[in-house]
Design a protein around this ligand. Structure first.
Ligand code: AMP
Length: 462
C-alpha cells in the first residue's frame, strides 16, 4: 500500500505526476492509476495527442486532466485576459460540472484557475470569470461558441484541447460547433478526444483534429461491464407502470435510475411513480439547470432513491452506488443502452440492469443484443407476457398481431424501423431536444449566424 509519505512508490508518480498534483491525487483516494491513466498519461506528458475509446467511469477525466495540469504548472508565463490555456468540451452541462469538480480536486493546492461555460445559466458571471484569463475552461459547445463570437473569449492561446464524449456531441448536433472551436485554438495545441463509441463521423473528426494520436481503448466498443447483471422483462407498454412499481417495492433497489426514451415519457413515469406512492426526481432537457442539479444532488447524497432520466440528461452522470438501472423503454440508439446500464456496476460494485420490453420494441432489442454480443435473459420473476414457450434464442413473441413482428420479418440487411415508421434519423428524435436538435439552453448554430471571423455563414444542426 502506498501513502503520501512514500509517494515515490505511488503508481501516479511512476507515470510522471509530481508535487502538488501527486499529493492531491493521493488525497482524492486515487491510490493506483486505472488502465486508461497508465496508458495515456505518460504519452500526453511527452506531448502526444490521444484518441481514447472509453466511457465515463473508466477514469478518463484524470487521464486527460493530470497531464494538462502538470504542464500548466510548469508554464511560468502570464495568462492573457479573456483566454483559456486549456479547453475541455463536454456535451452536457452535468458532465461539464462533474469534470470541473474532478479537476478542482486534482489541482488542489496547485494554484490553477478553472471556469465553467454552460448554456442555460447566467452568461454575465461566466464572462466575468474568464475576463482575466483562466487556466482550464470547461464548456459546452453552444454557449462557448456564443462567447467566442461576441469576443468575450479568445481561443488563440489555447494549447490544450479535450473533446469529451465526442459521440454524444455528434448526437446532439454540436459537431460543426466543435470543428469551428477547434479551428480557433492554437495551431500548436495538444489534443485529446474521448468517445465511448467510434462511429464514422467521429473517426473522421479525430482524423482532422489529432496529430499522430496514441489510440487507447479501455473496453472493446459496445461491450458492457462484466459486473452488471442484465435481464429483460416482457411487458406490454400499458403493463410497464405496474411492473415498475412492483419492482420498486423491493427495498434492495436502493438507488435506481429509470430511463425513459422521451422527456414526456420521463415526466409521465415520474408522475405515475408519485401516484403509486414513490418519491422520484426527474432530469431531462426541459428542466432548468438548477432543477437538474438539485435532482442530481439529491440522488447523489441518497435523499432521492429514484431518478427518472432521459438519455441526454443522464449522459456522463457519475454517481457511485447506483444499484439498479431500469430501462422503462429501449433507447432509439442501441449504443445508448450501453451508456445507460453503465450508470450502475461502477468501480467494481455489482449492478443490475432490467429492461422492460414491449413487443413493438423487438427490433430495438435485437439491435442492442447485437452490439452487446449477447442475448438478454428473460427475467422470470416479472413475467408479464406469457412465456412464448420457445427455447432461448428463438423469437420471443408470436408474430400474429404485434406491431414489432414486422421488424422481425424484415429481410436481412434492411434497416430497422423506428416507432415513427422509419422516418426517424435516430439520435433521440423527439426526445430530449429542442426543435433545433439540441438540448434547450445550449443549442448549436442554426440558420444564418456570424462565424468567429464575423463572416456570415449558414449552418444547420447536425
Ligand atoms: P471518470 O471516468 O473520469 O468519470 O471517473 C470515474 C470515477 O473513477 C470517478 O468517480 C473518479 O473519481 C474515479 N477514479 C478515477 N481514477 C481513479 C483512480 N486511479 N483510483 C480511484 N478512483 C479513480
Amino acid at each position: 500500500m502506498t501513502n503520501e509519505n512514500n509517494a515515490e512508490l505511488n503508481g501516479f508518480a511512476k507515470l510522471g505526476i509530481t508535487g502538488a498534483l501527486l499529493k492531491a491525487t493521493l488525497a482524492a483516494g486515487y491510490t493506483e492509476p486505472k488502465p486508461i491513466q497508465v496508458e495515456s498519461i505518460p504519452a500526453q506528458l511527452e506531448g502526444r495527442d490521444i484518441l481514447g475509446i472509453a466511457q465515463t467511469g473508466s477514469g478518463k477525466t484524470a487521464a486527460f486532466a493530470l497531464p494538462i495540469l502538470s504542464k500548466i504548472i510548469t508554464l511560468g508565463t502570464k495568462r492573457r485576459p479573456k483566454t483559456a490555456r486549456a479547453l475541455i468540451l463536454a456535451p452536457t452541462r452535468e458532465l461539464a460540472v462533474q469534470i470541473e469538480d474532478t479537476i478542482k480536486i486534482l489541482a488542489k493546492g496547485a494554484h490553477i484557475s478553472t471556469a465553467l461555460v454552460l448554456g442555460g445559466v447566467s452568461r454575465f458571471s461566466q464572462v466575468k470569470k474568464i475576463s482575466p484569463g483562466v487556466d482550464v475552461l470547461i464548456a459546452t459547445p453552444g454557449r462557448l461558441t456564443d462567447l467566442v463570437r461576441e469576443g468575450d473569449l479568445v481561443l488563440a492561446d489555447t494549447q490544450w484541447l479535450v473533446l469529451d464524449e465526442a459521440d454524444r456531441m455528434l448526437d446532439m448536433g454540436f459537431i460543426n460547433d466543435v470543428k469551428r472551436i477547434a479551428k480557433a485554438t492554437s495551431k500548436a495545441r495538444q489534443t485529446a478526444l474521448f468517445s465511448a463509441t467510434m462511429p464514422a463521423e467521429i473517426a473522421e473528426l479525430a482524423k482532422g483534429l489529432l496529430r499522430d494520436p496514441l489510440r487507447v481503448e479501455v473496453a472493446p466498443q459496445g461491450t458492457t461491464a462484466a459486473e452488471i447483471r442484465q435481464s429483460i422483462v416482457l411487458a406490454r407498454t400499458k403493463q410497464k407502470r405496474k411492473i415498475l412499481s412492483d419492482m420498486l417495492a423491493d427495498e434492495a433497489m436502493r438507488s435506481v435510475i429509470v430511463f425513459a426514451r422521451t422527456k414526456h415519457g420521463a415526466d409521465r413515469v415520474t408522475r405515475d411513480l408519485e401516484r403509486d406512492g414513490f418519491e422520484a426526481a426527474v432530469i431531462h432537457g426541459n428542466k432548468s439547470q438548477n432543477a437538474r442539479q438539485k435532482a442530481l444532488n439529491g440522488f447523489r447524497d441518497g435523499s432521492v432513491r429514484i431518478l427518472v432520466a432521459t438519455d441526454i440528461a443522464a449522459r456522463g452522470i457519475d454517481v457511485p452506488g447506483i444499484s439498479h438501472v431500469v430501462n422503462f423503454d429501449l433507447p432509439d440508439e442501441a449504443e445508448s443502452y450501453v451508456h445507460r446500464i453503465g450508470r450502475t456496476g461502477r468501480n467494481g460494485a455489482d449492478g443490475i440492469a432490467v429492461t422492460l420490453v414491449d413487443p413493438s420494441e423487438n427490433a430495438k432489442l435485437k439491435q442492442v443484443e447485437r452490439i452487446i454480443r449477447m442475448k438478454l435473459p428473460v427475467d422470470a420473476d416479472h413475467l408479464a407476457l406469457p412465456d412464448p414457450q420457445r427455447p432461448a434464442g428463438e423469437p420471443r413473441y408470436e408474430p400474429a398481431n404485434d406491431r414489432g413482428d414486422r421488424d422481425e420479418r424484415r429481410p436481412q440487411g434492411q434497416k430497422p424501423r423506428g416507432n415513427n415508421g422509419g422516418k426517424s434519423k435516430g439520435h433521440f428524435a423527439g426526445g430530449d431536444r429542442a426543435p433545433g436538435g439540441a438540448p434547450k439552453g445550449d443549442r448549436p448554430f442554426r440558420g444564418k449566424r456570424r462565424g468567429f471571423g464575423g463572416r456570415k455563414q449558414t449552418t444547420r444542426a447536425a
